[in-house]
Write a protein that binds this ligand. Structure first.
Ligand SMILES: *[C@@H]1O[C@H](CO)[C@@H](O)[C@H](O)[C@H]1NC(C)=O
Ligand SMILES: *[C@@H]1O[C@H](CO)[C@@H](O)[C@H](O)[C@H]1NC(C)=O
Ligand SMILES: *[C@@H]1O[C@H](CO)[C@@H](O)[C@H](O)[C@H]1NC(C)=O
Length: 185
């Protein structure tokens, strides 16, 4: 019994350490991060998401910045009901490159960390909830619907290092006509 408790504490400490070492992109520049991105990679281990893995598409999103450092992310998702837009509001946290976000789906506040970006090509983003792999997501955003293979490899390695399973790491095909060609900015 005692060893079990000790093991639990050890695991929690290890998780906390893993948690603590996620640093955002150094000298994060919000203005350069704004604009159009494609979510070309997604790693997500939630059991409720497994049935949707083969239906995911590389959605397009636009990041607009607000004067206080908050961010609006508009995503276009190809769904069985057609192309739908969704707005996500990320709140500026105390460290540049870090945001918080209230997930209506999970009814909890999550942390968003822009782990690595070169602004003109890719951004590696971690969405997480301390201690719970089920609510952890790693996303790879590209400025275009296709990114270089070494960037994809970097994304995969990072997702695995966060404890996500190999099967959870997806590089979905582009969304077709979503947003509809005539409305694309
Ligand atoms: C985000 O919040 C931090 C801490 O309050 C602040 O220092 C920073 O200037 C804000 N970022 C922007 C882009 O306004
Ligand atoms: C961000 O989203 C909020 C809520 O919909 C909206 O009121 C606000 O105008 C948006 N800001 C920008 C800069 O898009
Ligand atoms: C970012 O990616 C682009 C596209 O491959 C590349 O040309 C550029 O050199 C990269 N910038 C940095 C700072 O790595």
């Amino acid at each position: 019994m005692r060893t079990t408790a000790a093991a639990v504490v050890m695991v929690m400490l290890c998780m906390k350490m893993v948690q603590a070492n996620v640093k955002p992109q150094r000298d994060f520049d919000l203005q350069r991060f704004a604009g159009k991105w494609y979510r070309v990679g997604l790693a997500y281990d939630s059991p409720s998401f497994v049935p949707y893995r083969d239906k995911v598409k590389a959605s397009m999103g636009i990041i607009t910045t607000l004067p206080n450092g908050n961010v609006n992310l508009t995503m276009w998702d190809a769904t069985p009901l057609g192309c739908q837009t969704q707005l996500y509001q990320y709140e500026n946290a105390t460290v540049p490159g870090q945001f918080t976000y209230f997930s209506t789906r999970h009814n909890m506040v999550k942390d968003i960390t822009v782990v690595d970006t070169n602004y003109t090509e890719y951004a590696l983003v971690l969405k997480h909830k301390v201690f719970n792999i089920e609510y952890t997501q790693v996303a790879l955003y590209g400025r275009s619907p296709k990114v270089r293979n070494d960037v994809i490899q970097k994304f995969k390695a990072f997702a695995l290092s966060r404890g996500l399973s190999r099967e959870s790491v997806l590089t979905p095909p582009p969304a077709e006509n979503c947003p509809p060609a005539d409305s694309e900015r």
